[in-house]
Design a protein around this ligand. Structure first.
Ligand SMILES: Cc1cc2nc3c(=O)[nH]c(=O)nc-3n(C[C@H](O)[C@H](O)[C@H](O)COP(=O)(O)OP(=O)(O)OC[C@H]3O[C@@H](n4cnc5c(N)ncnc54)[C@H](O)[C@@H]3O)c2cc1C
Ligand code: SF4
Length: 509
């Protein structure tokens, strides 16, 4: 008999493990406090994970597989991973133990350690989810100076022959990013796909009763995470049918009344492996081929780039740089994250809207994460550890391999430029250009000083001034530093005074 462990983000029904029934195999799944408690998670994230795990276990059982499942409140659940595995081995008198390689460094090390303690041999398997191996990106960039994502993306396009014709990118360009920057001026957007929330509704009180400490709110009517493969595929299809046609164009847009815009909302399903990147890309490309009268090349390329490019790149970078990546703080930031990140109680409308959305939905789209909450945290010169904790907890799709490089690297530039070529910082004018948040704000987007001035403005110039040393030699910052140089010293002193007032007590703003 062999015991095979399935982690909560390894719900891949197509894995080789499940291709045949085997009486000599028992699958084990555990709802663990070590997972619910390593950071304070959003309630919808915990509920979504448990719902997806329980549905997956049920499906395996229906298909005839043998399964041992410990819910969070099961008295048999020791809440110790090693003890649970040993218990299963003893219960079934198993002679072997197997697991799929975890995507998180923490669990990878833990399972490596546990396997040295077991009395039976251990075998590891690939998760068969990604389009790259763990070390493929490391090998690809070996000996290269810069880790710019675009090169890796082109390599992936060629390797997988997505949107390629006779060895050339379809349409003649690799990247249509310049068509992806429109603002949303209002109009009708199809409502987001509504997955079945019956199980989530059942699980919610159980999470509460277990005493798991969480953030955010749960409302079954607003729960938008697909927790079965069937629903995840339906959600993907809904996206391809109704939203893909505008995805690229409004990818960077933000709007006061639109939480989802044209985003796919599939990151949770992808990250727990209910669906895989190849089928997502292929389904979207098929929709484009069938409907190329309404889905243009720039829409599909923009989407493929996120999954084939960014997602695989982020994962490869994580494995290339861990574990030292988690400690990087190259901009020497040590500030605290404002308390309003957990309440949304701030007068700054862009932050209030993005944080309230996140607390209500365990979701924010990319530009809110990067240019509102991430931008502000960086301008405040917040300790990246604090920023990581917040992102890892609040979003249902947050698993360390994807959250960490996005937060610490892309959004906080704490890796000193391994991932991004320059810090993603902006004043209020970018926010105003890409959204309508400023129209409903108490602050004046044009002012840099004075009671009414938009806090992003003084913080932005102050950040550039404070980080001259760290950003010296970054050619991509030249224009920003030229503009900083044009501000007269008295004005800069006033800007810095206001910035320091904000940094000392951001919760007052
Ligand atoms: C600070 C910060 C933290 C982030 N944390 C996470 C996280 O914890 N988990 C996570 O999955 N994504 C994270 N992202 C990336 C991105 O914001 C989310 O993948 C996206 O918002 C998910 O929503 P969606 O499915 O509607 O995506 P869409 O906008 O519809 O994009 C489609 C898919 O592309 C992939 N994708 C797009 N951008 C990225 C990216 N930068 N990195 C990896 N995959 C990407 C995702 O799988 C996503 O589902 C983070 C980004 C930032 C700036
Ligand atoms: S004025 Fe400043 S604080 Fe207010 S919404 Fe615009 S960018 Fe945000």
């Amino acid at each position: 008999m062999e015991i095979r462990l399935i982690l909560g983000d390894q719900l891949n029904e197509k894995h080789i493990w499940f291709t045949a029934l085997d009486d000599n195999v028992c699958y084990v799944m555990f709802e663990m406090r070590q997972e619910t408690d390593y950071v304070k998670h959003h309630i919808q994230k915990v509920v979504a994970f448990f719902a997806a795990m329980r549905s997956f276990a049920r499906k395996l059982e229906e298909n005839g597989h043998q399964i041992l499942y410990y819910t969070i409140d099961d008295p048999n659940n020791t809440q110790d991973l090693q003890k649970n595995i040993e218990k299963a081995i003893n219960l079934f008198n198993a002679k072997k133990f197997a697991y799929q390689q975890p995507d998180e460094y923490r669990l990878d090390k833990q399972l490596e350690e546990i396997s040295t303690q077991l009395e039976v041999p251990t075998k590891t398997y690939d998760t068969e989810h990604f389009l790259t191996t763990r070390d493929e990106l490391k090998t690809f960039y070996e000996g290269k100076k810069s880790l710019v994502m675009e090169f890796f993306y082109r390599y992936m396009r060629k390797k997988h022959q997505y949107l390629m014709i006779d060895g050339q990118p379809e349409g003649g360009s690799w990247n249509y990013d310049k068509f992806n920057r429109n603002t949303w001026k209002g109009g009708t957007i199809p409502p987001p796909y509504k997955p079945d929330a019956t199980l989530a509704k059942e699980i919610f009180p159980q999470v509460k009763a277990a005493g798991i400490s969480t953030i955010g709110t749960f409302n079954a009517d607003e729960f938008l995470f697909a927790t079965t493969r069937k629903d995840s595929l339906a959600q993907l299809d809904y996206f391809c049918t109704y939203l893909l046609q505008d995805f690229g164009t409004f990818q960077d847009a933000m709007h006061q009344d639109e939480t989802n815009l044209f985003h796919a909302r599939i990151s949770f399903s992808l990250n727990v492996k209910l669906i895989d990147p190849a089928e997502v890309i292929e389904h979207a490309i098929a929709a484009y081929r069938k409907n190329n009268d309404r889905i243009s090349l720039s829409q599909i390329e923009g989407f493929v780039r996120q999954i084939l490019g960014w997602r695989e790149y982020i994962r490869g970078l994580y494995w290339k740089e861990m574990p030292q990546y988690k400690k990087k703080n190259e901009l020497n930031n040590f500030g605290k994250l404002p308390a309003f990140y957990w309440t949304g109680k701030t007068k700054m409308n862009c932050l209030k809207t993005s944080i309230e959305n996140s607390l209500q939905h365990a979701y924010a789209h990319h530009i809110q994460r990067l240019m509102i909450t991430g931008n502000f945290a960086l301008l405040l010169q917040t300790n990246p550890d604090e920023v990581d904790h917040w992102y890892l907890g609040i979003y249902a799709d947050a698993v360390e391999w994807v959250q960490l490089p996005n937060t610490r690297g892309m959004s906080q530039y704490a890796d000193g430029g391994i991932l991004a070529t320059k810090p993603y910082v902006s004043s209020g004018s970018y926010v105003n250009k890409m959204s309508n948040y400023c129209k409903g704000c108490s602050y004046d987007k044009k002012q840099r000083t004075g009671e009414n001035a938009c806090p992003f403005n003084s913080l932005y110039w102050n950040f550039l001034d404070d980080k001259r040393e760290e950003l010296r030699g970054n050619n991509r910052m030249g224009m920003m530093y030229n503009l900083l140089g044009k501000i007269n010293p008295e004005e800069l002193a006033r800007i810095k005074e206001r910035a320091y007032q904000i940094m000392e007590n951001p919760d007052a703003f």
